[in-house]
Write a protein that binds this ligand. Sequence first.
Ligand SMILES: [Zn+2]
Length: 445
Amino acid sequence: MAGTPPAPLEAECRPRAALLEHQHRRLTMLLTALHGRNRFYTRKLDDAGVRIDTLRFPDDLHRLPLTTKQELAADQDASPPWGTAHTEPLDRYTRYHQTSSTTGRPLRWIDTNDSWQWVLDCWKAVYRAARVTGADRIFFPFGFGPFLGFWSAFDAGSQIGALCVPGGGMSSQTRLELLETVRPTVVCCTPTYALRLGEVARASGADLAAGSVRLVIVAGEPGGSIPATRALIERGWGARVIDHHGLTEVGPVSFECWDAPGALHINESEFIADVIDPVSGAPVPDGDTGELVITNLGRIASPVIRYRTRDIVRLRREPCRCGRTLASAEGGILSRADDMVCVRGVNIYPTAVEAVVRRFPEVVEYRSTVSTRDALHSLALEVELARDARDTHAVATRVAQALREAVGLTVPVRVAAPDTLPRFELKARRFVVDGGRKRETGDEP
Ligand SMILES: [Zn+2]
């Protein structure tokens, strides 16, 4: 990349008091725009007795009603297909996406040209933080379907002047050939797929680390902020990893800080973040873990107010060494509230298992199965090892030992035959409950 890296915007470095003032102004504008036009939120605000003109901020934020995915799904069921959470007449909407939920049916999400442009502007903040400029060439090895996925990253990339190369509808081998031909400097994909492409490259004798890619932006799963997973991707690609997190219903909320790896900045210029106890709904102070709740300030045509993301985070609001004053989610997305399982009295998150397993470079794929057949539940792990791995039994023993130390459980570890565990492109489903019901490890970017 030529020239100096893009600096943070002034709007990302405001003193907290000025940021709060800005958020208050934008929130008032949003609520005023919704009330009377957006049927879903007019009803919710009226039911909660919210008076927009006398709302104090941030003290009254908790008086705004929470929004859940179930509520939006029920609204779409009651008024199919789009529901009533729209601010503009339906003929203004130009983009359709849907969530990729494996539990329940997906939410349908539509945008106008204006609300889509706001989403793209939020992605530009991700690129700025990742030091991506118009001089870059960005490759998207991703099946472009109805998931919002990297559509927004693609459009935002071309708007900043980078050459954007779609990699949908092709095999991993064909993607590697395209990579060789167009020589991108940046790759955007899920952490799982970054590892998978590395595995396919190795099997065909190619060395990604010697290639053109200097940066891998990952999203869609928490892996980008799990130290062992990111180290594996960075080694395999010879490239820096930058993590990003967003939701279809919310937009591109956060980006990893270049100067403080392992923390995600919440783009508070465009989103209001508060954190609640996922069970009681009570506010949680900065520094404690809880569920991230997001209000997006600029997607006026299809907004969410105090949306429960189900993502567990720990927020800090001290200024960062990069100059930004935006809140930071320490350690990224720590887990998904819905993913926790209780095994023999111990609460286990899939991210905790991943953080251990990825410390073993010999492990190319794995699957954990929680059996709920007896009351105490049990957890078992299968690992698939690299073809050249030696003494596979010893590796399994070391993985079991590391799991015992990290999560406090004795977990049987079985070595699976090469190429027998499923591989994933979009979202990995490595946490299986009872061999039947699958669990997600995150929402799509
Ligand atoms: Zn920072």
